[in-house]
Design a protein around this ligand. Structure first.
Ligand code: UDP
Length: 385
């Protein structure tokens, strides 16, 4: 085992980036261990028999304002420019979300929406992006009423379905991801770069990992081979003195000694339909109806000339290893109590000088894809010193 300079646990975004950097920039021999039978983590995608690129773990739309991330990934893929658009099905209407001036006009009469627009602009300014929980704090009666409507019709039920709790009972950062936008900009993201890898995420990560210094072992649960003892790492019962980067769930690395870190999971229901279009936007949210939160139609992301179309419905539930529908951890349940439990695990991890924790699962943070890439790049830079 000493033939490897580094062991990377997990071949998702974080694992792929750090493995690639170590291998290509420092000529390190890297072993990547991946539990699943494919690389790319939750970004994993593939082309179906109709040529449609399917995201196996729900829609992944890349967006970033980080030049270094964009430049870095562009070494491994061409891009297909794509700006995400979402509609929310409310009161029998399809309303643009993030809630913006067009949404206002869909929900109110002309006179009323003009009046509200003016009030919003006076209070927050043109182009402002206001979190729903902040808008609810407005003391202006009409804005308060508007906030209540948006909360009731667009946020409360969606959030309760997605997280099992109301917006005020999870980190305010969660609902702030989808702010109220004071303009007609109805794009889901405002970032400078918005695109998907031309041939898919799997191809992009495949290119990163296809390096002579990198060995990827799929269907390998690293925890079956790793033992942590007396601040030392053992791999297959031998002391491992190289660097270990761990991107999995931190509680599992330490046998749940500090208790479980809860995650939310999703069950994905894919459907292929024998007609060319299912809905008018890539994603339609269903805050108030059905057990699923949203439906995404993949053909809207990268268009394909096919008589078929594929959609996915997302059904949320608590992550639970013994429930086959919800046994993939997707979202950390980030609140004060869980954050302090995570900090305890972090302190355990810090006792190992050759162990680095990285990624959305291990860091227990709601990272976007570009955050994950940026963190991996930064950890790599810090390791160099
Ligand atoms: N959200 C909501 N209504 C919506 C869209 C989002 O209440 O129509 C809330 C919900 O709590 C969700 C969060 O905003 O979990 C973040 O949404 P986002 O689309 O960023 O979630 P992701 O794509 O990461 O699942």
């Amino acid at each position: 085992m000493s033939s490897y300079d580094a062991i990377v646990v997990g071949a998702g975004i974080s694992g792929a980036v750090i493995a690639e950097r170590l291998a290509s920039q420092q000529n390190k021999k890297v072993l990547v261990l991946e539990q699943r039978n494919h690389i790319g983590g939750n970004c994993y995608d593939y082309k179906d028999e109709n040529g449609i690129i399917i995201h196996q773990y729900g829609p992944h739309l890349f967006h970033t304002n980080k030049q270094e991330v964009w430049n870095y990934l562009s070494q491994f893929t061409e891009w297909y420019p794509y700006e995400h658009k979402v509609l929310s099905s409310v009161d029998g209407k399809l309303v643009p979300i993030p809630f913006n001036f067009s949404s206002l006009e869909k929900m109110y009469s002309y006179t009323k929406s003009e009046e509200l627009k003016e009030l919003l602009l006076e209070e927050y300014g043109e182009g402002a992006r206001v979190a729903i929980l902040d808008l609810m704090k407005s003391t202006h009666p009409q804005l308060n009423e508007l906030a209540q409507l948006i909360y009731d019709k667009f946020f409360v039920n969606y959030t309760t379905k997605q997280w099992g709790v109301k917006p005020e009972d999870i980190s305010p950062q969660v609902t702030a991801r989808v702010p109220i936008v004071l303009s007609y900009d109805d794009r889901y993201f405002q970032d400078k770069w918005q695109a998907v890898p031309m041939n898919g995420y799997t191809a992009m990560f495949g290119k990163m990992l296809r390096h002579p210094n990198i060995t990827v072992k799929l269907e390998t649960d690293a925890l079956d081979y790793i033992t942590l003892q007396h601040n030392q790492i053992y791999f297959k019962n031998q002391r491992f003195k190289g660097l270990m980067i761990y991107t999995g769930m931190l509680d599992r690395l330490f046998d749940l000694v500090k208790g479980e870190l809860p995650y939310r999971s999703l069950k994905f229901q894919y459907e292929t339909h024998a007609y060319s279009q299912y809905q008018s936007a890539t994603t339609v949210n269903y805050p108030n109806d059905y057990a699923f939160t949203r439906i995404t139609e993949f053909k809207h992301i990268v268009p394909v000339d096919s008589a078929h179309t594929v959609i996915v419905k997302e059904f949320p539930g608590d992550f639970n290893t013994s429930n086959a529908d919800f046994n993939v951890p997707y979202y950390p349940m980030f609140n004060k109590e869980n954050a302090s439990r995570h900090a305890e695990y972090n302190r355990l991890a810090e006792q190992f000088s050759n162990l680095k924790i990285l990624g959305r699962l291990a860091d227990y943070r709601y990272y976007n894809m570009d955050d994950a890439v940026a963190n991996a790049l930064h950890i790599y830079e810090a390791l160099k010193i």
